[in-house]
Design a protein around this ligand. Structure first.
Ligand code: PEP
Ligand code: MG
Length: 291
């Protein structure tokens, strides 16, 4: 039986004009990396940390989180690893943490909004991330950011937790903090955010732009990342990244849809992040793009 790694070309992905396209992995849990050779990718573009909080036995403590983050960084062997802080709420309910009975959970207390409302939970995750950061090249990103002040507050909390760990003599490092661009307001004003990088969450960006929920089949036709309005917001984010000199990647499901590869690369994107199973197909699709 062939492993995913053996079936996946180890060669880096290029487009026909020689523009190097960076291919990263989306990881929903440590089991996604089992038996996988890090050589198939340029790093990890999205670690969804919700799995840590979905277990029935309550919120994970700092040590549990630290070990999981450390193991992912060690797997990556110094390639960049982007871990997303908890994105609970919306379609990802966590008992004891998310708000029950919101009239519209996708427009409610989710992602960074919930983390800022529950600072003790957020600060613990930030401490675990600072401790894990010494084991590789860690970047941290915030989900569901709508306004710059959310990033500013998170940066202050990250600074405070890092400084407190250092004062205690705990091995730690201060990872750069970026934002997911998945709210149209953030895409339209991306350059106003002091983000270390941008990662476009096309699943949410599409549903919020098209006003068509990602989990309602009856409006699936409208939930279309190739709609010109969505592509324009992606291009605007790429432009903001160029202007500020910071990386822009896309980590939503659209990155794995090879029918969209040419349209996504035409926005100027040079970094795509997909689940491990999609890497080989994506590299083949990139090689066929001629612009
Ligand atoms: C997205 O919204 O595109 C994304 C990558 O995040 P999630 O699917 O976890 O909401
Ligand atoms: Mg999202």
């Amino acid at each position: 039986e062939r492993t995913v790694a053996e079936a996946t070309s180890l060669a880096p992905a290029f487009v026909a004009n020689g523009r190097r396209i960076t291919v990263l992995l989306n990881v929903a849990g440590p089991e996604d990396l089992a038996n996988l050779d890090p050589a198939i990718c340029d790093g990890i573009g999205l670690v969804r940390t919700e799995f840590l909080f979905e277990a029935a036995h309550g919120l994970p403590d700092e040590e549990t989180q630290y070990r999981v983050y450390r193991d992912i960084l060690v797997w990556a062997q110094d390639k960049p690893v982007t871990i997303r802080t908890l994105d609970a709420g919306g379609d990802k309910q966590v008992p004891g943490l998310t708000v029950e009975g919101e009239s519209n959970p996708f427009l409610g207390l989710r992602g960074i909004r919930l983390s800022l409302a529950r600072p003790e939970v957020f600060r613990m995750q930030l401490r675990a991330l600072c401790r894990a950061a010494v084991h590789g090249t860690l970047k941290v990103m915030l989900p569901m950011v709508a306004v710059p002040s959310e990033l500013d507050r998170a940066n202050e909390m990250l600074d405070a937790e890092f400084t407190a760990l250092q004062a205690k003599g705990v091995a730690c490092a201060r990872p750069p903090l970026g934002i997911m661009v998945e709210v149209p307001a953030a895409a339209l004003c991306a350059a106003d955010f002091g983000a270390a990088f941008y990662s476009i969450g096309s699943n949410d960006l599409t549903q919020y732009t098209m006003a068509a929920a990602r989990d309602i089949g009856a409006v699936a036709d409208l939930n279309d990342t190739s709609n010109p309005a969505v592509l324009a917001l992606i291009a605007a984010t790429v432009e903001a990244g160029l202007k500020r000199g910071v990386e822009v990647s896309l980590c939503g499901d659209a990155a794995a849809n090879t029918h969209l590869t040419a349209a996504l690369l035409a926005t100027g994107l040079t970094t795509l992040s997909v689940s491990p199973i999609a890497v080989a197909r994506l590299k083949a699709a990139i090689a066929k793009v001629s612009s």
